[in-house]
Write a protein that binds this ligand. Structure first.
Ligand SMILES: *Cc1c(COP(=O)(O)O)cnc(C)c1O
Length: 409
């Protein structure tokens, strides 16, 4: 089952031939058309109840009135990847990567956007707003386009150019705020109140955490209804980690899980207000001036800072901070050893795992999940190739000369 048993080959002159040994087809002329055949039975068609409905699978645990979901994009249901290369590189035998880059706009923000816009559709809001260091804005621009809503987005003036292009391309109205993200956040909230817009601001709109908690449900289901030992997640404003914590808490509350995983929060060395508060044992988070190239976690005054401290403490976890150099190294390792494309903030959890192993917050034989939160493809400035392409005339001997000594076999 699932293995081709024969190949039907159509040659250039139109003649057809069946090969029962599928392996021979690789020897055929390059112009032959090869179609693989299977031992067809109804069993080959999957019939598992896992529908392609993403996070709506958990609608009984989401604040959603009865009635059909009309938000058109599929969000959630992201893969939990077992990467042999990353397991080897990190020496963690039971490492899993929850690939949250697989949303409509390439970041974990798409879950929150989906739930907020579903509400906006039901309530008849025409305009939605958010402030964002980049990914929330792109996500809302994409989602609003899908839902037929107008997005008004507030970003810091130093927002990533390629992310800005995506927002504008999708038809959002973008406001650059010179005073930075925290000021943009306040302005967006004021505008929402004054003009009656739907407010998708992270943390303050509870729907954002509700949507993000579905990541925990998925991890648990994907591990065969088991809770991992540790989950490592980046911390910017905080709802990503708080959502995870809430999801696992609810699984325990539902009586289907016995415990929560330890949560490790990862911040950038140049912007670690929550980790500082953790180390000082301080009840609240003192704002800092963010200095990191990882825009997704460049949040100097995190909206959910206190909640993050509480959730990490309750889980028995901890915090690490990583340098920009470590973030860029993680971006490279994820791509070259895992085939996973993450921007610096998106790669922070992997960088943080390496740090947490060094700090002995995590042990390599535990079952560990790291969250990849944003794709590299939206921030091409971080694609820094380590080699140059080989250019040849179109003949094989030139390739042979050019590649001499480069390849393993
Ligand atoms: C938003 C974001 C984060 C941080 O999430 P918070 O919920 O703000 O803590 C991390 N990585 C990426 C790529 C993000 O876009």
């Amino acid at each position: 089952m699932g293995v081709p048993v024969a190949a039907l080959v159509t040659f250039e002159d139109g003649s057809k031939q069946r090969f029962d040994d599928v392996a021979v087809t690789s020897e055929l002329s390059e112009r032959a058309l090869v179609e693989l055949l299977y031992d067809y039975t109804p069993d080959l068609v999957p019939c598992s109840p896992l529908a392609q409905d993403g996070l709506w699978r958990y609608r009984d645990l989401l604040p959603l009135e009865p009635g059909p979901v009309t938000y058109p994009l599929t969000v959630g249901g992201t893969p939990l990847v077992a990467s042999p290369g990353l397991r080897q590189a990190s020496s963690c035998r039971h490492l899993w990567v929850k690939d949250e880059t697989r949303g409509p706009s390439g970041s974990n923000k798409d879950r929150a956007t989906a739930l907020v816009l579903e509400h906006a559709l039901r309530r008849g809001h025409q305009t939605v707003t958010c402030a964002s260091t980049g990914n929330v804005a792109v996500s809302l621009a994409v989602g609003a386009a899908a839902a037929g809503k107008q997005a008004v987005i507030f970003v810091p003036a130093d927002v990533d150019d390629s992310k800005l292009s995506v927002m504008l391309f999708c038809g959002a109205t973008v406001v650059k705020v010179r005073a930075g993200y925290t000021a943009a956040f306040r302005l967006s909230r004021q505008a929402a109140r004054t003009f009656g817009w739907c407010d998708r601001n992270t943390g303050v709109n509870p729907l954002t955490v509700e949507a993000k908690k579905t990541v925990a449900f998925e991890i648990w289901e994907q591990l065969g209804r088991q809770v991992p030992d540790v989950v490592v997640a980046p911390v910017g404003d905080g709802p990503t980690l708080c959502g995870l914590a809430k999801g696992f808490r609810e699984l325990v509350a539902c009586g289907v899980a016995e415990r929560q995983p330890r949560l490790i929060g990862v911040q950038a060395e140049g912007c670690q207000p929550v980790k500082r508060a953790w180390e000082a044992g301080a009840p609240r988070v003192e704002p800092v001036e963010p200095r990191t190239l990882a825009d997704g976690i460049a949040v100097g005054d995190p909206v959910s800072g206190r909640l993050v401290l509480r959730d990490v403490r309750e889980s028995g976890g901890g915090f690490v901070a990583v340098s920009d150099a470590e973030l860029l190294e993680a971006v490279r390792t994820l791509a070259t050893k895992g085939g996973l494309l993450a921007e610096p903030a998106g790669a922070a959890a992997y960088a943080g795992l390496l740090r947490a192993l060094e700090d002995r917050l995590v042990s390599p034989d535990e079952q560990i999940v790291v969250l990849l939160t944003g794709t590299l493809l939206k921030t091409p400035r971080f694609l820094r190739p380590a080699s140059v392409p080989v250019e040849v005339e179109a003949d094989l001997s030139a390739i042979e000369r050019a590649l001499a000594g480069r390849l393993a076999d």
